[in-house]
Every structure is written in C-alpha cells, then in structure tokens.
Write a protein that binds this ligand. Structure first.
Ligand code: DC
Length: 225
C-alpha cells in the first residue's frame, strides 16, 4: 500500500529543507531529501576520480550506491554504505558536482526507483527535490513548487553556511546559485519546473511557519490525516 505523497520541488535556497522537515513532522510522515541522493553520487564520483561526463561509469556508481538515511530529531543523517557523509556532501564542490551528475540520464534512472521506494511508505512521505511532482511521483495528491527571488535565496543560503562556520562571499554565492539553477532548469532530462497541476508558493516575506501552515492545510484539504 502506498502512503500519501507530498512533493516539494524548487530551486536551491528556497527554504525547501526546513519547510519539508517541518511539514513531515507536522503530518507524521517520513522525509526524503532526494538532493542528498544526488549529492552522494557527486561525492562518490569525486572520491573515485570519475569525470562528470562519464555517464556510463556514473550510472554504474549510482546503481551500486547504498544510500540510507537516519532521521534524528535535530537532523537527517546520511550514509553511503557504512560511512556517514552528512557533512561531506554539503560542500560547495559537492553541490556543483551533484548538479552536474544529476544531468546524466543513467544517474537519474538509477536513483528513480530508490526514490519511489523511499516515498511509498505509509502513512505518507514528504519528498523534496527538483522533479518529484513532474517525474518521480506525477500522481502525488499534493505537488508544491516552492521558490523565492534569487537575492532572497542567496541571502538565506549565506545565513546557513555562516551558521555552519563557513566564510561566505555573498556575490560569489549568488553567482553559484544562478549557475546551478540555469543548469537544473535547462537540462534536457527532468528539468526543474512546476508541475502543470502543481501549486507555486513564493516564500519571500513569509516565515517558515507560514509556509509550513499553508502546505499542511493543502495536504489536509487533499485527504492527508
Ligand atoms: O536539493 P539539493 O541542493 O541538495 O540538490 C543537489 C543537486 O541535485 C541539485 O543541484 C540538483 C540535483 N537534484 C535533482 O536533479 N533532482 C532532485 N530530485 C533533487 C536534486
């Protein structure tokens, strides 16, 4: 039996992670951070010295990768095989690589089944990503496209990185976000976009709680209990 799927897609820095986590908690659903899967492949490719253009090798890597999540109240821990990679997959280098390897069809195909398996758990799951509502769960009862203006997104991402103790160059960050967005939106396969029947939510000027309330209300209106 499948559970209720809430798809939350959108670009980097729109607040998807905090919002998805809170929505999952409020609904008592599992949380699936699909970006972490692509980040794991980016990280593994870096460690293995693979070229970002070597589709065949990257696809094989994604097929073989054993990625698991351990959800704790404070954070979502990510494991690649036996190794914890929670922090290792969040570096700017791995962010850029994750975006590049995610443009490879063989990588997307390998991760598709894994995402569907993780998302089908009853009573439901919140999946955050780029193509959940368009490709992974096109029949999800609720598909949200969460976004914010580029300047707002760069500002929020800078805040997160600073909180993690990193030195931030805001202009460089804006440029990185714009570059990653363009690649994610422009790729031939599963580009980042709002599903035709998705609900677009622009989070500028809204608090996380306000965004979460809106999504939880939509979910309940559609039958999530
Ligand atoms: O959400 P994130 O920043 O952790 O995602 C990292 C990269 O993975 C992002 O640049 C695009 C890719 N990605 C994707 O192509 N499809 C998804 N469902 C999730 C992430």
């Amino acid at each position: 039996m499948s559970g209720f799927v809430v798809a939350i897609d959108g670009p980097a820095g729109a607040g998807k992670s905090s919002v998805s986590k809170a929505v999952a908690q409020r609904l008592g659903f599992a949380l699936v951070d699909t970006g972490a899967l692509y980040r794991c492949i980016g990280y593994a490719a870096l460690e293995a010295g693979l070229s970002e253009d070597d589709e065949q090798a990257l696809g094989a890597l994604a097929q073989a990768a054993e990625i698991s999540f351990v959800t704790e109240s404070e954070r979502n821990r990510v494991f690649l095989g036996e190794m914890e990679v929670t922090g290792l997959i969040r570096t700017p280098q791995v962010s850029a690589l994750a975006s590049k390897v995610s443009a490879q069809p063989a990588v997307r195909a390998a991760l598709l089944e894994q995402q569907r398996r993780l998302g089908r758990r009853p009573p439901g799951a919140v999946l955050e990503g780029r193509d959940i509502g368009t490709v992974v769960f096109p029949d999800a009862p609720l598909k949200v496209f969460l976004t914010a203006t580029p300047a707002e997104r760069a500002r929020r991402r800078a805040q997160d990185l600073r909180a993690a103790g990193e030195v931030v160059d805001l202009l460089a960050l804006e440029a990185q976000i714009a570059e990653r967005d363009a690649r994610d939106r422009g790729r031939a396969i599963a580009p980042l976009k709002c599903a035709d029947d998705g609900l677009e939510l622009i989070s500028d000027g809204l608090t996380i709680d306000q965004v979460v309330d809106r999504i939880v209300t939509w979910a309940k209106d559609r039958g999530a209990s």
